[in-house]
Ligand binder design. Structure first.
Ligand SMILES: [Zn+2]
Length: 271
């Protein structure tokens, strides 16, 4: 039986923000679900590890499981610690990051060389692996913090994506992948808040591309994929979607605007 849950947002005043964030990851590790979460047994994946440590990992690793500990790359912890978010939010984002990266291991893309090879082949494959890993992470956090609303956890993920914006260093296909991931999560939040999707109903993948005249919202991960919505895109709306993952000075407002755009598309009568 699980032990009484220790709330993630309970800072120990003797520790700095980074230490508190790492400690939250450690508590999450100890509270992981028994058995598979959306097909990924996170607890088994971590073996007997009971501690999380921040470390500067080589080979572009984001997370590494060792005998009795899980190492998470310092970059994630440091950027959340230095950022403006309230501590409880930063802790949950670090936990989501850790869970997402752990989920990538059994997906076969723990090795960044595999990610690079996949991206060269088809960025959509990476998008799909990311959305599935996001869903594993959200479900696991829901288990760890059952009082959180599932749509709120997904909303936290869209906020988290703002910290990994598309930059001028990203090729157009990579920028589009990141934009589609952001729009997917925003649509997921919207449809969940409207009661279209329940906690056990998989997740949303948004499909659109440069020059496309439509947006398709697909339901993934709950049996046969299903078309949730199809909307025509005018040029300003397509531009807004294509910029979804670009850097924003005001992430919360950016995500809210994006949810409005997606909401209008979902509400538009089919043409
Ligand atoms: Zn990923």
């Amino acid at each position: 039986m699980r032990q009484a849950h220790l709330a993630l947002g309970s800072p120990d005043l003797h520790l700095g923000r980074a230490d508190v964030i790492v400690a939250a990851c450690g508590r999450a590790l100890r509270d992981l679900p028994d058995g598979p979460t959306f097909g990924v047994d996170l607890r088994a994946l971590c073996g007997g590890a009971t501690t999380v440590l921040a470390a500067r990992l080589d080979r572009d690793d984001k997370v590494r499981v060792e005998a009795d500990r899980v190492l998470v790359h310092t970059d994630c912890v440091e950027s959340l610690a230095a950022g403006p978010l309230p501590l409880a939010m930063a802790e949950r984002l670090a936990v989501l990051y850790l869970l997402h990266e752990l989920a990538h291991l059994p997906q076969g893309i723990g090795d960044y060389a595999a990610v690079k090879a996949l991206r060269e082949r088809d960025e959509t494959l990476v998008l799909q692996l990311d959305l599935a890993a996001d869903h594993v992470a959200a479900l696991a956090l829901k288990h760890i913090e059952p009082n959180l609303g599932f749509a709120d956890i997904k909303a936290l993920q869209s906020r988290g994506l703002c910290d990994f914006p598309a930059t001028k260093n990203h090729a157009p296909a990579a920028r589009l992948r990141k934009a589609r991931r952001m729009v997917s999560v925003c649509a997921d939040v919207l449809l969940r808040r409207r009661g279209v999707l329940g906690d056990a109903d998989g997740y949303v993948e948004a499909s659109f591309g440069r020059g496309d005249a439509s947006l398709a919202l697909m339901q993934r991960g709950a049996g046969a994929d299903r078309l949730l919505g199809l909307a025509k895109l005018d040029v300003p709306t397509l531009t807004a979607l294509a910029c979804a993952a670009d850097q924003s000075q005001e992430p919360a407002a950016h995500v809210a605007r994006l949810e409005q755009v997606v909401g209008r598309l979902v509400d538009a009568p089919p043409r």
